[in-house]
Write a protein that binds this ligand. Structure first.
Ligand code: PNS
Length: 167
């Protein structure tokens, strides 16, 4: 049985994340989307809320589940008996950080490998940070995040949903 984890902050989950979840879930038996509990960042959503939104978004993909974790990624991977870490690569700017992280993880635990998915072209520019900034200024974010997430993001900024119907 091949079990992989797809770790991240997911603050909030974007259509780019969802694309990777769908593609990765096709090549492993089980995929655990793993939300980092990181006290050093100041997130828009609590970990519990991020897990809930992810659960809603992946509810129709039977071999995907969502968990939160704290501490070292390789320790979490081991605790759930996962052999693979999945990460997405958008652009060359991601590469240096991702390479360093995967090599560190490799040194920490040689039994766990990282595999990278190149982001689909239509989501190559997307990040949770830009989604938050666009929403903050009232932009239409329906092309950036899954349907159940749109309202949650606007609510955080006390804004009404803004959909550009012409698009
Ligand atoms: O979505 P992000 O914020 O780019 O995800 C980063 C994440 C969660 C994958 C990374 O910060 C992580 O794995 N943190 C846990 C601590 C750890 O194991 N770090 C890597 C070795 S130093």
């Amino acid at each position: 049985m091949t079990r992989a984890i797809y770790p991240g902050s997911f603050d909030p989950v974007t259509l780019g994340h969802l694309d990777i979840i769908k593609r990765a879930s096709k090549i492993v038996d089980e995929l655990i989307v793993s939300v980092l509990r990181n006290n050093s960042k100041s997130p828009l959503f609590s970990v519990e809320k991020r897990v809930k939104m992810l659960e809603e978004v992946v509810k129709d993909i039977p071999n995907v589940k969502v968990m939160s974790f704290e501490g070292l990624l390789v320790d979490f991977a081991k605790s759930v008996d996962a052999q693979i870490i999945v990460r997405g690569l958008r652009a060359v700017t991601d590469f240096e950080y991702e390479l360093q992280m995967s090599q560190t993880n490799m040194v920490l635990d040689h039994d766990i490998d990282t595999i990278f998915f190149t982001t689909s072209l239509e989501y190559a520019y997307l990040s949770s940070s830009t989604v938050k900034e666009a929403a903050y200024y009232g932009a239409d974010i329906s092309r950036f995040v899954p349907e159940p997430v749109i309202k949650q993001v606007y609510n955080k900024f006390n804004l009404k949903e803004n959909r550009n119907e012409q698009d």
